[in-house]
Design a protein around this ligand. Structure first.
Ligand code: GDP
Length: 325
């Protein structure tokens, strides 16, 4: 594979080259891994897209929202990429974006690029590959990259590590359900959007928004928000209402953060996070050789039989591992 040629095609905005490159970063094969690393290095730090993380429980309206929101952006002439981190795909083998009926219109839009979540055994692996896919989409000149995840806790943290802005999508609900959203997730959000503010649900949505606006004001003040806390808004993804206001809010916030220096600070911190993540992955891979597995089993047996102390055996293992490499 000609990496330089591929990089040029990606930079020229060729969708097929982008799709192939994402397949490459998703591959578990060692030679593919090396090519993917070379490709990412060749592409370097590209133009900055606005990376928006989006999370919400199943049924809250994520795909409906992404479809309406994405179409609104492509109508404005923006190019939009949609990626996903699906913590359940490892178990089910499926993926949240796998269903072809989701985002039907957006998937046919020439200015949109939709990619389902890679299937992987570990959330960490999915996250790293998605982070690299984000970088590829950025190199391909997309203006906005939406990264979707299902709200189960852990996956929000990794999506937040690859997003400039994090949007939490919620359904209209009674006040006591506010407690259901983990505090840590709320603290991660840059914008809380109550969906389904239409028909019978409209009044409840407005009340839910007021509840969250109140709760957000009680949190510790955040320097990365001009007002000190994120805001809560209502939309109807189905009826296409409130979406321009969400976009306005997100762009205003990102402009303000660029001015105030938070944008660059966040990106640097994230780059460091993914560097350390790659180091950890590489170190873990060292445990996955035949020699390492044999040594681990042998020393493990000795420890289990009471013949060796765990810490001493671990130190011995590390010595053996270093001799190997
Ligand atoms: P996801 O699982 O979070 O991706 O949710 P979906 O986008 O698949 O939506 C789940 C259900 O909620 C579907 O039946 C949608 O038609 C419905 N839905 C999504 N957005 C809205 C909305 O703004 N208003 C109403 N009333 N229903 C919505």
């Amino acid at each position: 594979m000609d990496i330089t040629d591929m990089a040029q095609r990606i930079a020229a905005g060729e969708r097929r080259a982008l799709a192939r490159a994402i397949t490459l970063v998703e591959s578990g094969r060692d030679d593919h891994r090396a090519q993917a690393t070379a490709l990412l290095a060749e592409l370097g730090v590209a133009k900055q897209a606005l990376r928006i993380g989006l999370s919400g429980t199943p049924g809250v309206g994520k795909s409906t929202f992404i479809e309406s929101f994405g179409l609104m952006l492509t109508k404005q002439g923006l190019r939009v990429a949609v990626l996903a981190v699906d913590p359940s795909s490892s178990r089910s083998g499926g993926s949240i974006l796998g269903d072809k009926t989701r985002m039907d219109l957006l998937s046919r839009d020439p200015n949109a690029f939709i990619r389902p979540s890679p299937s992987q055994t570990h959330l960490g692996g999915v996250a790293r590959r998605t982070r690299e896919a984000v970088a590829l989409c950025e190199a391909a000149g997309y203006d906005v990259v939406l990264i979707e995840t299902v709200g189960v806790g852990q996956s929000e943290t990794v999506v937040a590590q690859m997003s400039d802005l994090f949007l939490l999508l919620l359904a209209p609900a009674g006040g006591d359900e506010l407690q259901g959203v983990k505090r840590g997730i709320m603290e991660m959000a840059d914008l809380i959007v109550i969906n389904k503010a239409d028909g019978d649900l409209k009044a409840t949505a407005t009340r839910t928004q007021a509840d969250y606006a109140g709760a957000l004001r009680l949190m510790r003040k955040r320097p990365q928000d001009p007002d000190g806390f994120p805001c809560a808004m209502t939309v109807s993804a189905l009826e296409d209402r409130g979406l321009p206001e969400v976009w306005e809010r997100l762009t205003a916030l990102s402009d303000w953060r660029r001015e105030a220096g938070f944008w660059d600070a966040t990106r640097s911190q994230q780059a460091r996070y993914w560097f350390e993540d790659a180091v950890k992955t590489a170190l873990l891979a060292q445990l996955d050789t035949q020699a390492a597995r044999t040594a681990l089993a042998a020393l493990g047996d000795a420890v289990a039989a009471g013949g060796q102390e765990p810490a001493a055996a671990a130190a011995e293992f590390m010595r053996q591992l270093q001799r190997e490499t």
